[in-house]
Design a protein around this ligand. Structure first.
Ligand SMILES: Nc1ncnc2c1ncn2[C@H]1C[C@H](O)[C@@H](COP(=O)(O)OP(=O)(O)O)O1
Ligand SMILES: [Mg+2]
Length: 194
């Protein structure tokens, strides 16, 4: 099954909450025809669909527990296979959240060709999330939850970047700049892949 996606380029998009991952991924989809898979969006969509898996996820989330690693990974893999015939590549946005998730992804799916490290200051991320929260309808875009998400990002996700730096596939993107300036850097990194 995973053979189908073996030849497609896989890009991990890593950065703090509100750093601009989703914004940049949308632009990459437009310009390069990559498939954008946001693990958070996949989870929220599954819950909203009312499927059996969605109901299980909701039950876990309602208890305040973490969604099991395998569940998120299976959802990403299913979504990748569903797009295998039309996809030039995949943007994996918001995953891996921790080094272990990266290792499991590689075992079950494949190795990333590039890691885009979308870097913004924590004050910038907080400001952007509070602004997004005014319209996003996301339950986690509030001040208290934002702080927890940032703490978790620095503790669990930043080590992911160090882990892949040793392989020389990390490109650090300055996401303090306006969206189009950020996208120029992203484009340069992707163009080098060919
Ligand atoms: N370079 C930039 N300059 C200003 N605002 C930006 C920006 N990139 C993203 N934003 C805005 C759009 C959103 O309202 C908010 C969070 O962006 P996002 O793409 O949803 O982040 P993420 O997916 O990393 O959580 O910040
Ligand atoms: Mg996002």
């Amino acid at each position: 099954m995973a053979d189908k996606i073996k030849d497609a380029k896989i890009i991990f998009v890593v950065g703090g909450p509100g750093s601009g991952k989703g914004t940049q991924c949308e632009k990459v989809v437009e310009k390069y025809g990559y498939t954008h898979l946001s693990s958070g969006d996949l989870l929220r969509a599954e819950v909203a669909s009312g499927s059996e898996r969605g109901n299980q996820l909701q039950a876990i989330m309602q208890k305040g527990e973490l969604v099991p690693l395998d569940t998120v990974l299976d959802m990403i893999k299913d979504a990748m296979i569903a797009k295998a015939d039309v996809s030039k590549g995949y943007l994996i946005d918001g995953y891996p959240r921790e080094v272990k998730q990266g290792e499991e992804f590689e075992k079950k799916i494949g190795a990333p060709a590039l890691l885009l490290y979308i870097d913004a200051k924590s004050e910038t991320m907080v400001q952007r999330l509070l602004k997004r929260g005014q319209t996003s309808g996301r339950a986690d875009d509030n001040e208290e939850t934002i702080k927890k998400r940032l703490d978790l990002y620095y503790k669990a996700t930043e080590p992911v970047i160090a882990f892949y730096e040793s392989r020389d596939i990390v490109r650090k993107i300055d996401s303090e700049l306006p969206v189009d300036e950020v996208f120029k850097q992203v484009s340069q990194a992707i163009d080098k892949l060919k």
